[in-house]
Design a protein around this ligand. Structure first.
Ligand SMILES: *Cc1c(COP(=O)(O)O)cnc(C)c1O
Length: 366
């Protein structure tokens, strides 16, 4: 440490990966909001982050706060939880996620996380060995890139094709993958594209990944939020073809993004995640990271089991209505175009014409 004028000069250098100013959506948005003209009194329409709680029509079911109150007042959930999550909650997630699977998940296939954000952090960190690379969708969710760069895992990008309802360009996946590719990520229903993959397309993704010998990470944080003609099909349905890591959380479907409860599920009836050492490696990571609060874990069983069908359908109707309005209004704005009317998640992808030639795009929250 250098000594200057009698003071020690702090030699802080920092992690160079964290010095890049545009590392995340949150970072860019915070900067944008901080630089607003304070004298401009016009209201700001929040389009930057998919947080529906800003709007009163998106409110969770009373089942959810009741479940948290019951869990808290039971005094049974005040302990440190097991690092993989408490058994009852793992069982509830296994049943919830594999309802439409051709096989049954076990509670041991489930690992509870502090939201889907921590699920991303965990799987990317566990997969990041030296010289490895991972395939991400473009357009995608920037949290993946940020996590990969912090873990020094090389990110490669395959394209989603707007003219084909944002399907994966499987030829570009095959062209990008090599012997150091560890996994590919899909987001279904999609953020930022707002589409829902068909059963047939998911099957083709599974077959391609299997041929390449890479895991599939399926971000299903918007699972079941499908309001168009394609029903939501969980990728785990193809777990016999290729090992699938299903990521999810209660943030979006239950509209409680602040509650920080999510999961990683190994959808893999052939047990490849165990045999390959992935599970052991992930458990070691879970031992050094934080756990979601135990009272939230205690509430999860009631939330997953007792939420009523009319809550789910009311939310879908509200999102569909918002998507229709957004899509129609975009048609009226000369410099914007939306290549695919959203049929899932809570976002729509539109292009801003002046940048169309360079392929730059922006996403808009419905
Ligand atoms: C919102 C979102 C997440 C993060 O989910 P949390 O449970 O709030 O951490 C992850 N992936 C995608 C694609 C998202 O839109």
């Amino acid at each position: 440490m250098e000594v200057m004028n009698g003071h020690k000069k702090w030699g802080f250098q920092g992690n160079p990966e964290l010095i890049a100013s545009s590392i995340s959506v949150r970072g860019v948005l915070t900067k944008l909001m901080a630089n607003r003209n304070k004298d401009d009194k016009r209201p700001t329409i929040p389009l930057g982050r998919a947080d529906p709680t800003e709007f009163p029509s998106y409110r969770t079911t009373p089942v959810a706060p009741d479940a948290v109150a019951d869990a808290t007042y039971s005094y049974n959930f005040n302990c440190y939880p097991p690092t993989v999550g408490i058994a009852e909650a793992r069982r509830a997630v296994a049943e919830y996620v594999s309802k439409d699977f051709p096989y049954q998940l076990s509670p041991d296939d489930v690992y509870l996380t502090a939201g889907c954000t921590q699920a991303i952090e965990i799987v990317v960190s566990v997969l990041a060995r030296p010289n490895a690379n991972i395939l991400f969708p473009r357009p995608g969710y920037p949290q993946y890139e940020a996590r990969a760069s912090c873990s020094k895992l090389e990110a490669r990008h395959f394209d989603l094709i707007p003219e084909k309802g944002w399907e994966v360009d499987l030829d570009s996946v095959e062209a990008l993958a090599d012997e150091n590719t560890v996994a590919m990520v899909i987001i279904n229903p999609s953020n930022p594209c707002g589409n829902v993959f068909t059963y047939q397309h998911l099957k083709e993704i599974a077959e391609t990944a299997s041929k390449l010998g890479i895991f599939v990470i399926s971000d299903e944080v918007y699972g079941h939020l499908a309001f168009g003609s394609n029903p939501f099909v969980p990728m785990g349905v193809f777990g016999s073809t290729v090992p699938v890591l299903t990521l999810g959380s209660i943030a979006k479907r239950w509209i409680v993004p602040g509650w920080r409860l999510g999961w990683i599920v190994t959808s893999d009836p052939n047990g490849i995640f165990h045999q390959s050492g992935f599970v052991e490696c992930m458990k070691n990571f879970l031992d050094i990271t934080t756990d979601p609060p135990t009272n939230m874990q205690g509430a999860l069983t009631q939330i997953l089991k007792h939420t009523k069908e009319d809550f789910y359908s009311k939310i879908l109707t509200t999102i569909r209505g918002a998507a229709d309005i957004l899509y129609d209004r975009i048609q009226e704005i000369p410099c914007l175009t939306c290549p695919h009317k959203p049929d899932g998640s809570m976002v729509a992808m539109s292009f801003f014409f002046p940048f169309l030639v360079t392929g730059e795009a922006k996403s808009t929250t419905t």
